[in-house]
Ligand binder design. Structure first.
Ligand SMILES: Cc1cc2nc3c(=O)[nH]c(=O)nc-3n(C[C@H](O)[C@H](O)[C@H](O)COP(=O)(O)OP(=O)(O)OC[C@H]3O[C@@H](n4cnc5c(N)ncnc54)[C@H](O)[C@@H]3O)c2cc1C
Length: 365
């Protein structure tokens, strides 16, 4: 039996590992345009740590777990053809499959941006710390640094930057720009309040209800979403984190993970929305659970037994605020944790994933 997994992020890797555990004889193939699995939940930490620390090569993982990796980007618009032929084309070669899993994640929107503006995909290739060092060393650039996006990723990188700027002792103005009226609006309100207090105490300018439009060399153009007025600010270095959406296409999975309309194609992680009772936000903990569930169900389909439904409920969510602070909820949405205890929880969650990638599965649910 041959199973092809497209996308080697959290969902895809979890799926491959669970498939190998359950189906020792299956031929497993990963297709991903990159060479490495990236622990992208650490991306903001590349302000102070090298990116390579968060990469694991697919070649090394493939040897250990038992899969082959082809560098290729799957074209999701051809799902009907793939299903009809039980095969995909990779650079002119035909690759047949019994099951196909799509776990291609989500991407930021492609906004117009100039040289000193970087988004999530730029940071997959470049250390944020190097970009900050270049900026700090170039006094011809405006002494202002901006982060666009008041969701968890934007906030996490903002406070890493704040810490780094403070250590540099240079008089750099920091700014957070967000389209929404309130920070972390999708989470319990105490989280946004905690972050807002921290912005004030760190002297960071906060522009809510302000939408990024474009950038020139040293300036950013914004629009006030309530009044429609335009705003121009100076910025010598800018990070864009305006959110992500499923990529290259959004899939609808049924409660077992099968992509609607196809028996042999499954979807998991940020690219797939599950029609089920389980939580379905775009997070790594959910991507891992969906990837594992899809693997379980492929094993069960191939043995002709009843499939498992996806019903995972998030155990908590913690946003880090620099190297030693964090805020989030644990087990219940009104159970808020902050400061060092929250930071410690975040570290434990990341360590659990590190163990998982290293081959030790400690996820009990
Ligand atoms: C800075 C940052 C911090 C975050 N912090 C947290 C956190 O603390 N906790 C949390 O739970 N979540 C966090 N998230 C969200 C979390 O990272 C995502 O929800 C998670 O990565 C989704 O996993 P995935 O496998 O669906 O996609 P990804 O991990 O994005 O992996 C997708 C993979 O698919 C590949 N791919 C893309 N297109 C194709 C194609 N056409 N064909 C084949 N392969 C393709 C990519 O190369 C990539 O390897 C954070 C995200 C960011 C950016």
């Amino acid at each position: 039996m041959r199973i092809v997994v497209a996308g080697g992020g959290y969902a895809g890797l979890a799926c491959l590992m669970e498939l190998r555990r359950r189906m020792a004889d299956a031929e497993l193939i990963l297709i991903d345009p990159g060479e490495d699995h990236l622990k992208i939940t650490h991306l903001h930490e590349t302000v102070r740590r090298p990116l390579r620390r968060f990469r694991r090569s697919y070649m090394e993982l493939g040897k250990r777990i038992g899969f082959d990796h082809y560098r290729h980007a799957l074209d999701c618009n051809k799902l009907a053809d793939f299903a009809a032929e039980s095969a995909i084309d990779i650079d002119g070669h035909r690759l047949s499959f019994d099951f196909l899993v799509i776990a291609t994640g989500a991407k930021p929107p492609s906004l117009s941006k100039s040289a000193q503006v970087y988004d999530r995909d730029d940071l997959r290739e470049q250390d944020a710390g190097d970009l900050v060092s270049l900026f700090l060393g170039d006094e011809t650039r405006p002494r202002e640094l901006s982060v666009v996006g008041g969701g968890p990723s934007g906030i996490q990188i903002l406070f890493e930057l704040a810490d780094c700027i403070e250590a540099s002792r240079q008089p750099i103005k920091l700014r957070l720009v967000d389209r929404e009226a309130k920070l972390l609006g999708d989470y319990p309100s105490k989280l946004g309040d905690y972050v807002q207090d921290k912005l004030v105490s760190a002297g960071i300018e906060y522009l809510p209800q302000t939408e990024y439009v474009s950038s020139d060399e040293d300036t950013l153009q914004f629009r006030d979403v309530s009044t429609g007025e335009n705003l121009v600010v100076q910025s010598g270095l800018t990070f864009l984190f305006p959110g992500v959406s499923p990529s290259p296409c959004a899939l609808n999975s049924d409660r077992y993970g099968r992509v609607e309309g196809y028996e042999s194609i499954f979807g998991a992680g940020d690219c797939a929305r599950f029609d089920s009772r389980g939580d379905d936000q775009l997070t790594a903990q959910i991507a891992v659970r969906q990837g594992k569930l899809v693997a379980q169900n492929i094993d069960r389909v191939s043995r002709g037994v009843r499939l498992f439904e996806y019903y995972f409920k998030e155990l908590g969510y913690v946003v880090s605020l620099g190297p030693l602070d964090a805020v989030g909820w644990l087990f219940l949405q009104d159970q808020i944790v902050s400061g060092l205890p929250a930071f410690a929880i975040k570290e434990v969650v990341e360590a659990q994933y590190d163990l998982f990638v290293a081959g030790l599965d400690t996820y009990i649910i």
